[in-house]
Design a protein around this ligand. Structure first.
Ligand code: CA
Length: 235
């Protein structure tokens, strides 16, 4: 599968030049010029790398970067900031906001391509994974589908994200607050009992085809686990 690069850049000439050169290198390229559409596009395409311009109309690159880092599904995607600002202060601001790399305009295309490749190699394994498996539960991260044995399990988007969190760290106990922040994000007000409602839905869908591996840890939260559920309560 080809690696994909998303270019978030409002200068058309530069974006097209990058697109041409990156496609020649075998990358799939997605270009987005509108800063206010960028986050949704990153979430939709889950690219291997994001090239992010600092100066965009409507919303700055640094704000987009912060939003990317606050979303669990996309927070591990490497982001290379592109900027006309070469000042040390901006570089520090970019890197401390979670940029993986920083390229000052004008830059050489071969150098940028080399940096893209380095950043793809550094990507955590979890991003390279195409599926998550726990016992007979299999989550296909490319198709965004869940199976139990041979049975397809239809999940809503919230249940899917909850299950993904649990499957990424089997045995780890997540607090309701932790799940809230990771699944719903910082900016949305949701009561912690909403987590219980969605866990109940997730259980109902999963347990149609097998035993309950979601463990309720009293006064703490939830985990996915196949050990004896001695402190588990049925909900
Ligand atoms: Ca710009």
């Amino acid at each position: 599968m080809a690696h994909s690069v998303m270019i978030i850049e409002d200068e058309e000439a530069l974006a097209l030049l990058l697109k041409y050169n990156l496609e020649k290198e075998g990358f799939e390229v997605i270009w987005e010029a509108r800063g206010n559409k960028a986050l949704a596009e990153v979430e939709k395409h889950c690219p291997s790398v994001v090239l992010l311009d600092w100066m965009l109309p409507e919303i700055s690159g640094i704000d987009i970067l912060r939003l990317i880092r606050s979303k669990p599904d996309i927070k591990n995607i490497p982001v290379i900031m592109l900027t006309a600002k070469g000042e040390e202060e901006d570089k520090i601001k970019g890197l401390s906001s979670g940029a993986d790399d920083y390229v000052t305009k004008p830059f050489s295309i071969p150098e940028l391509i080399a940096r893209i490749k380095t950043n793809i190699r550094r990507t955590p394994d979890i991003m390279a994974k195409k599926e998550l498996i726990f016992e007979d539960i299999r989550m296909d991260l490319v198709e965004k589908k869940v199976f139990r044995g041979n049975n397809y399990i239809h999940l809503g988007p919230t249940e899917f994200r909850l299950l993904r969190m649990l499957l990424e760290h089997p045995g780890k106990v997540f607090s309701r607050e932790n799940l809230l922040r990771s699944v719903w994000g910082d900016n949305i007000y949701v009561e912690s009992r909403t987590v219980d409602v969605h866990i109940r839905r997730l259980r109902k869908s999963l347990n149609e085809f097998g035993p309950d591996y979601i463990r309720t840890v009293r006064a703490t939260g939830y985990s996915i686990d196949n050990s004896i559920p001695d402190d588990s309560v049925e909900e």
